[in-house]
Design a binder for this molecule. Sequence first.
Ligand code: ADP
Ligand code: ADP
Length: 212
Amino acid sequence: MIIVFLGPPGAGKGTQAKLLSQRMGFLHLSTGDLLREAVKNQTPLGKKAKEYMDRGELVPDELIVQLIEETMPKDGNVILDGFPRTVNQALALEEMLRVKGEKISKVLFFDVPDEVIIDRLSGRRVCSKCGAVYHVKYNPPKVEGVCDLCGGSLVQRDDDKEEVVRKRLEVYRKQTQPLIEFYQERGIIYKLDAGKGVEELFEEVKGLVRDG
Ligand code: ADP
Ligand code: ADP
């Protein structure tokens, strides 16, 4: 089963994807996480991607499609979190799956009002060591500034700072939002009211995923 998580930055896609992976054994494939890892390790991909990410722009499609081709497992249940983000990426994914005789099962669209996006992004903190995600108000660590899982220090992502957030939202509207219509035409998109709390939202996500 292949499930796509679509929605603006900060909508809570990564949080739900991690829960599905922990509780239902899905493989969580996040292009954002993979790119941040590549930047940290200064790989050729990381070196090319960094400037785009720092500016809040999308990394070029061909780099992203190659990354997905390299990391997509042969089978099993997968959540694609943050991919595709452009119509070109969506077309490339369709072709990639067609060749293998596969299809996307469902696209879950995380719908949230702008003020929720800003609230979630401005309070997001991530572990500088293991990448675990927290929120100062909605999902605080046990000890302020310290990761519950590995003891690493919690930081704000550079691209969660106000100026870059504005750019990322603009990029989302221009380049990613058209995918809603793209998947509506294919009849596979399901809208979620993602303004709810984590557990309440998870119940809804789980219900949709279980129905196949
Ligand atoms: P995305 O992957 O869509 O960018 P994240 O899952 O990283 O979003 O969530 C953004 C921020 O909001 C994080 O700080 C996270 O802890 C918090 N968060 C995620 N889901 C919820 C929710 N349902 N209610 C409140 N806060 C949430
Ligand atoms: P968020 O969910 O908060 O928007 P991500 O972690 O998904 O953040 O992405 C962070 C950055 O990584 C994006 O701003 C973009 O530069 C890059 N990125 C991630 N996924 C893609 C993608 N599918 N296509 C192009 N760029 C991407």
